[in-house]
Design a protein around this ligand. Structure first.
Ligand code: SF4
Ligand code: SF4
Length: 170
C-alpha cells in the first residue's frame, strides 16, 4: 500500500549503517491515520495490514491533556495505533503489541525494505544524526493526538477481523 508522501526523503544510509539501526532494531515506527484515510475504505485498509501478520496495534496510555486546546485528558483511556510488528509479535501471531523492545519485521540486511514513501510516518520523520542525536518532528505523542479521533476506524478494523471493539487488550 502506498500513501501520499508529505515528508522529504531524509535517508542517510552511511550514518545509519554506522549507527547499526538502533531505531529499527528496538521500536518500529508508528503510522499516521492519513495513510488509511487516503483509502476508499480506511478500516478495511487497516484490517488488511493487521491481517498480514506484519503490523500490530500498539497502545498509548492516556489521552492528550491540554487545557489551552480544550482537552480534559483521561488517564484511563487507551489509544490504539498501528505500527509494523517486531519479530516476536509476528511469531506470536498477535495483532496487538507485545511489551518490550524488538526488531521491526520490515528491517532487512541493507536497512528498511520499504521505499521511503511507504514507511510509517514516525520512520519518515526521524532525522538521522551522528552520536544518537537523531530528532523527530512527529513523535508517539503526536500519533496519539492524531489517532484519538480515529479510534472508530480501529474498532471497525477489529470488527472486520472478527474481534469486538472492547477487546480485552483495550
Ligand atoms: S535514524 Fe538514528 S537511531 Fe536510527 S539508524 Fe539512523 S542514526 Fe541510528
Ligand atoms: S518500517 Fe522500516 S524504517 Fe520503520 S522501523 Fe521498520 S525497518 Fe525501520
Amino acid at each position: 500500500m502506498s500513501h501520499e508522501i508529505s515528508v522529504s526523503n531524509n535517508e542517510d544510509y552511511p550514518l545509519c549503517r554506522a549507527c547499526g539501526g538502533e531505531c529499527c532494531r528496538t521500536r518500529p515506527g508508528i503510522e499516521s491515520p492519513e495513510r488509511f484515510l487516503a483509502e476508499a475504505n480506511p478500516a478495511e485498509a487497516l484490517a488488511l495490514l493487521l491481517a498480514s501478520g506484519l503490523w500490530v496495534l500498539d497502545r498509548h496510555y492516556g489521552i492528550p491533556y491540554s487545557p489551552e486546546r480544550g482537552e480534559q485528558g483521561d488517564p484511563d483511556r487507551i489509544i490504539l495505533y498501528p505500527r509494523p510488528a517486531t519479530g516476536a509479535e509476528k511469531a506470536a501471531g498477535s495483532i496487538f503489541a507485545i511489551p518490550g523492545a524488538g526488531e521491526c519485521v520490515l528491517l532487512g540486511n541493507d536497512g528498511c525494505t520499504l521505499p521511503f514513501a511507504e514507511r510509517p510516518r514516525a520512520c519518515q520523520t526521524l532525522e538521522p544524526a551522528a552520536g544518537f542525536a537523531c530528532t523527530s518532528t512527529w513523535t508517539r505523542f503526536d500519533a496519539a493526538r492524531e489517532w484519538v479521533s480515529h479510534q472508530d476506524m480501529v474498532n471497525e478494523a477489529l470488527a472486520l477481523l472478527g474481534l469486538p471493539p472492547d477487546h480485552p487488550a483495550f
